[in-house]
Design a protein. Structure first.
Length: 497
């Protein structure tokens, strides 16, 4: 692009005049104008520090505008003052500003202090874009963690990660070093914010702001609680350490021991109810208390499918088998038809008999013993050594022909024979497969999970969908994505209507 597209020259007085012109606008119009400028600045070519000073001068107005719009939505979620697309615009505005600072930090003309400031502001804007995406359950940008890793590695190489950054932005005052902002962004990500309500996400960000420095990166102490890791050579977000993988990349270990101590201290206060707080503690402790406490009982033998393709292949063949059996079953007038109609209304999966054909569907499944735990939302699958990914989806096929979808939350080797316990968080509901009409943002298959009160649709990653999107299926069904409720590098789970 050419530099002439900007509505001002990169001079403080010119930018002030342009910002004053925005004053009569409403916040939505202001956000549009600011985002247009942010996109142009992101691609702006400059070899001077004028660009850095210009974006810093715009920063207070950008933050204030996003705050006003967020507060409007938060105060009245049904408010029609701003359409939902304005929130997406605010997310884009924060993202584009953050990535503009990223690009500025690559200029060779910057002094050391200017470089540190640009990197610091990039991390702050990225963190606040992640926060707003989670509050409104929008899919986060796939480019953020690559940039966070680049900046973090550069700061370590130049020994500037602990250098105090001088600035006048009140919203950023809780972190004054690159190291502390990186830890804040890491902790917020580790909290898995998409599983929480919008008000709870805000609380999680406040917790991340105040307690992030209690995270210890690359702690080599023998008592370290390195439950999580961050592969800074990839674009992936921080993940749970899987000790069943012999050659897992662990270039940045994350120790949460001090963090957990702070969370459980008498001085810590937050607005979470006990179940929500317990859920957060379980996750940040790697679910150790749950996976280490199976209930003594007679185990049940089930079949475990791993990976999206294997699950959808099984569900597709199962659906065909169910249809064949329904067609081959003699339907008598009266009750039988009524029963089938009643079954459809309750969203109950049609039952099939345990036949040879059904057994053949389980060829790609792994036999496991299922063990109960004290928390009914979880179950343990016990089997011999097998590679599987934490935060990936699995399907349990139980002896009563009931299918149960779940997410792997932790894996533990229990003995020298390499027996493993796989802790699975259940996704309640009837599981089926839907054939989506292909588009640039959705694959051809998705998994539907329907319970009495809620309906979810799960897509494999990478996924480019946004809330409000309508997905058309070959079954003539249509799903409108209401919000993203769970997101990992393996899948995206949406609540739909």
């Amino acid at each position: 692009m050419t530099n002439t597209k900007l509505p001002f020259k990169l001079l403080p007085e010119e930018i002030t005049i342009w910002l004053n012109l925005l004053t009569p606008f409403n916040s939505a119009k202001t956000a549009i104008e600011l985002n247009n400028v942010a996109k142009q600045l992101r691609a702006y070519e400059s070899n001077t520090n004028d660009l850095l000073m210009a974006v810093i001068q715009l920063t207070p107005t950008i933050l204030h505008t996003c705050d006003i719009i967020e507060l409007s939505f938060s105060g009245d979620p049904q408010s029609k003052k701003y359409p939902a697309k304005v929130i997406k615009l605010c997310i884009q505005l924060l993202k584009n500003t953050g990535l503009t600072f990223c690009n500025i930090s690559k200029l060779k003309s910057l002094s050391t202090n200017e470089l540190n400031l640009a990197n610091y502001l990039a991390l702050q804007f990225i963190g606040h874009a992640q926060r707003l995406s989670a509050i409104f359950h929008e899919l986060p940008s796939s480019s953020f963690w690559k940039e966070i890793a680049r900046i973090y590695k550069l700061s370590l190489a130049t020994n500037t990660n602990q250098k105090t950054i001088t600035h006048k932005i009140n919203k950023f005052k809780e972190q004054l070093t690159i190291d502390s902002v990186v830890k804040r962004n890491i902790l917020f990500s580790l909290c898995s914010p998409y599983q929480y309500s919008s008000s709870q996400v805000k609380q999680l960000f406040l917790i991340s702001n105040s307690l992030a420095n209690s995270l210890i990166l690359n702690n080599t102490d023998s008592s370290a609680n390195n439950i999580f890791y961050w592969d800074t050579d990839s674009s992936d977000s921080p993940s749970t350490f899987n000790n069943t993988f012999q050659y897992q990349q662990l270039n940045t270990k994350i120790d949460t021991k001090a963090l957990l101590t702070s969370l459980q201290s008498n001085n810590f206060v937050c607005n979470f109810d006990q179940p929500t707080f317990s859920k957060l503690l379980d996750h940040l402790s790697g679910y150790q208390s749950i996976i280490n406490s199976p209930i003594p009982s007679a185990p049940t033998i089930s079949q475990l499918f791993r990976e999206f393709d294997n699950i959808t292949e099984y569900l597709s063949k199962l659906g065909t088998l169910q249809k064949i059996q329904q067609l081959s079953t003699e339907v008598t007038p009266g009750n039988s038809i009524k029963d089938i109609s009643k079954q459809d209304k309750l969203n109950v999966a049609p039952q099939i008999t345990y036949s040879t054909n059904y057994q053949e569907l389980l060829n790609k499944a792994k036999p496991v013993k299922t063990l109960q735990v004290n928390n009914e939302k979880y179950i343990i699958a016990e089997t011999n050594y097998t590679e599987c990914n934490i935060d990936s989806i699995v399907l349990l096929c139980h002896p009563n022909l009931r299918n149960e979808l779940g997410i792997i939350r932790q894996i533990k080797v229990t003995n020298t024979s390499k027996t493993v316990h796989i802790l699975i968080e259940k996704i309640p509901g009837v599981v089926s497969i839907q054939q989506a009409i292909p588009s640039s943002s959705v694959s051809t298959e998705c998994i539907s999970i329907q319970s009495e009160n809620t309906h979810y649709v799960l897509f494999p990653s990478p996924c480019k969908l946004t809330t409000g999107s309508t997905i058309s299926c070959t079954s003539t069904k249509h799903f409108t994505l209401e919000k993203l409720v769970n997101h990992t590098r393996f899948f995206s789970l949406y609540q739909v209507s």
